[in-house]
Design a binder for this molecule. Structure first.
Ligand SMILES: Cc1cc2nc3c(=O)[nH]c(=O)nc-3n(C[C@H](O)[C@H](O)[C@H](O)COP(=O)(O)O)c2cc1C
Length: 201
């Protein structure tokens, strides 16, 4: 990783969709950020809870024009997404799904789709060659199986719609006392695979 063609450092954008800035999801994201930084990447961390942004208002301004016309903090995020070579999204599972914060963010990425030509309903407005990594944390020990459908949904959104080139997804059940999260077998396996993904990027 680290140095790209032209001598530029890999740019990583982290989106934390937990309302807790130091919770389980952040613990995992920050560990991945440490690995990315150690390998020379430039990392930017965004906690969605700090942003002032609305749900998609379905005004279709982004389809009639070329960008989202809602004037809020998502405007800065669109630019960061375009700049980043790799985007990491983290979300806890709340009531069997991603958090509302995460879903609101993902809904707003609709503005990164232009009306498609021919048989494709949409074309991405993002540059090609980007990678995405998504981590869900959950309380249920069988979460990896129970919430698998969520990872399929994110593959569809990020790869099939938004045009990310490569994608990894992980579901990490948290231990009851929260302590030792990074030492659980699921977290250790995830960190190993995610590290390879980051280093190869
Ligand atoms: C409102 C709420 C709903 C939750 N719903 C689920 C759930 O449906 N399934 C599950 O496995 N864990 C559920 N959990 C547990 C969280 O997913 C888990 O503790 C997660 O790691 C919290 O992440 P955070 O510390 O980054 O916020 C829920 C937690 C909260 C607060």
């Amino acid at each position: 990783m680290s140095v790209r063609a032209g001598g530029e450092r890999l740019k990583v954008l982290t989106i934390n969709g937990s309302p807790r800035k130091d919770g389980n999801t952040a613990t995992i994201l920050k560990q991945l950020e440490r690995i990315a930084k150690k390998n020379g990447a430039k990392v930017e961390h965004v906690d969605l809870v700090d942003l002032d942004f609305s749900d998609c208002m379905e005004c279709m301004g982004c389809q009639k024009g070329t960008k989202c016309i809602t004037d809020d903090d998502m405007q800065g995020i669109y630019g960061k997404m375009q700049e980043a070579d790799l985007m990491m999204i983290g979300s806890p599972i709340f009531m069997d799904a991603e958090t509302g914060l995460t879903k609101s963010f993902v809904d707003r990425t609709f503005a990164l789709l232009a009306p498609g030509k021919g048989s494709d309903p949409f074309d991405t407005r993002l540059d090609k060659g980007k990678k995405a990594l998504i981590v869900f944390t959950c309380g249920m020990s069988e979460g990896g199986v129970v919430y698998h459908g969520l990872t399929v949904r994110y593959f569809d959104t990020l790869v099939k719609l938004l045009g990310y080139d490569d994608f990894r997804s992980f579901i990490i059940p948290v231990p009851p006392a929260r302590k030792g999260l990074l030492k659980t077998p699921a977290a250790k396996a995830m960190i190993e695979e995610a590290s390879r993904f980051l280093v190869e990027s």
